[in-house]
Design a protein around this ligand. Structure first.
Ligand code: PLP
Length: 451
């Protein structure tokens, strides 16, 4: 059965546009994860809970730009704030109050952040945070969980996706570059740890403690779908990193301002030393940043002129577009809305309905499915296995997931993108009726895939 066929029949304009796009950009897309076989559909308009492609097909959107769209597409107040800022100022390379006001709001809302700097993407945020942690500790190695995505820079692209053979023993995984073009010397400074395995994590961190600057970790591993921490894993990691003098960086690019006004750290009651954020902080605009304890963030302050001999003793942070006034205006308005409306109550309630509903309809159809979620974020795994680590996700049937996704997309619902390792979301503009519609489409799609 060709599960892509119905979608292809509806997307002929996208098919010809894909040829044009492929003649100017590899795979015909702006970022690798937007590509799928044989061609993606191209979106021309977005509005609230829906996106519309160039063939005029409307899709109920749970992909939500891979996370940023927390208020629905084109929230009127964010749009107004952006328009007003465009009419007021553009980029200057002298500081602007609007960016400082945004950062004040970040500090106010985020438990671990006493001082903050802005960036333009999650990738930049994790890159800068890792450098600052290295500078602060004077150590080089950084640990990250295997299967975790922390951005597209060389240090982050370690042990993201790899075969069992390449990763080696589960209790002491190898560090493997994702893709080519990354020097071996980079991998040598990174150490893979198995998420949710306290015993192995402790052994690995103790072994490298003298050289270990930081652990960078997602509070919930959404880069493997939705892996929730178990058995006090984060409490354990908080205590251990403190004992060993290792900076604990929570990569909240995905969870930040989405799992609650205080992000995952507020929800879980655990305070890391540093935090990165992006995505939901800007409701679709290029807002990102990193922050943490004052003593750590002061690593980026260069010594004064009279101490010129020490000029090389601080970590550089800079960027032409950091704190862009339009992004900052979008971010400030977004955080104000998130902080004083019922956004989390709404998206979490609909998230509970959507994800538990997906489990129920899959069970009714008799398909082995395990839906895991927290609040407004979750994933459908095509397996009845419990999924607690990256290696567990190998039990899930990725091809069947893609087939299910394609069937739902042909019926106008985007349950994330066609990759089993991704996840999807609810947003403030979603309604109960839209969840009902989505569950009907999901059930038909579960029936349509090969059992
Ligand atoms: N960190 C995490 C946990 C992410 O999920 C992502 C992106 O999905 C990134 C970092 C990188 O963010 P960006 O795509 O904005 O560079």
């Amino acid at each position: 059965h060709d599960h892509a066929k119905r979608l292809q029949e509806r997307t002929s304009n996208s098919r010809s546009f894909h040829e044009r796009a492929s003649s100017v950009t590899p795979l015909g897309v702006e970022s690798n994860v937007r590509s799928f076989d044989p061609y993606p559909f191209y979106i021309e308009e977005t509005d609230g809970s829906y996106v519309t492609d160039m063939d005029g097909n409307e899709y109920l959107d749970f992909l939500l730009a891979l996370g940023p769209i927390i208020l629905g597409h084109g929230h009127p107040e964010v749009r107004e704030a952006v328009k007003a800022q465009v009419d007021t100022s553009d980029l200057t390379a002298t500081p602007q109050p609007i960016a400082i006001e945004f950062m004040e709001k970040v500090v106010e809302m985020t438990p671990s952040i006493e001082r903050v700097r802005m960036a333009n993407s999650g990738t930049e945020a994790t890159m800068h945070a890792m450098r600052v942690a290295r500078s602060y500790t004077g150590k080089e190695k950084i640990a990250k969980p295997e299967g975790g995505y922390a951005g597209a820079h060389d240090y982050a692209l370690q042990s993201v996706y790899a075969s069992e053979e390449a990763l080696g023993p589960a209790k002491e995984p190898n560090t493997v570059s994702y893709g080519t073009g990354i020097p071996d010397a980079v991998s040598e400074t990174m150490v893979a740890i198995p998420f949710n395995d306290k015993e192995a994590t402790e052994r690995i961190l103790r072994k490298h403690a003298d050289d270990m600057a930081a652990v960078i970790i997602e509070p919930v591993m959404f880069s493997c779908g939705c892996l929730k921490p178990r058995d006090g894993y984060h409490e354990f990691l908080r205590d251990l990193t403190e004992e060993l003098g290792i900076v604990l960086i929570w990569d909240e690019v995905m969870t930040g301002f989405r799992l609650g006004p205080g992000s995952a750290q507020g929800r879980f009651g655990i305070t890391p030393d540093m935090t990165t954020f992006a995505k939901a902080a800007g409701a679709g605009y290029q807002v990102a940043g990193f922050g943490g304890r004052t003593d750590i963030m002061e690593e980026i302050i260069p010594p004064r002129k009279e101490e010129a001999s020490k000029w090389n003793s601080s970590a550089f942070h800079g960027g032409t577009y950091n704190g862009h006034p339009v992004a900052a205006a979008a971010g400030l308005k977004t955080l104000e809305i998130l902080d004083d409306r019922d956004v989390y109550e709404h998206i979490d309630r609909l998230g509970d309905r959507l994800f538990t509903g997906l489990q129920e309809v899959a069970d009714d159809v008799g398909l082995p499915v395990n839906v895991q979620h927290i609040g407004s974020m979750g994933q459908v795994y095509m397996t009845d296995h419990e999924i607690a680590s990256y290696r567990d996700t190998w039990h899930a049937n990725g091809d069947r997931f893609a087939d299910w996704w394609l069937e739902a997309a042909a019926d106008g619902v985007l349950f994330g993108n066609p990759m089993q390792g991704e996840r999807f979301f609810t947003t403030y503009s979603h309604t109960d009726e839209q969840i009902d519609d989505a569950l009907e489409v999901a059930e038909d799609a579960f029936r349509a895939v090969d059992h």
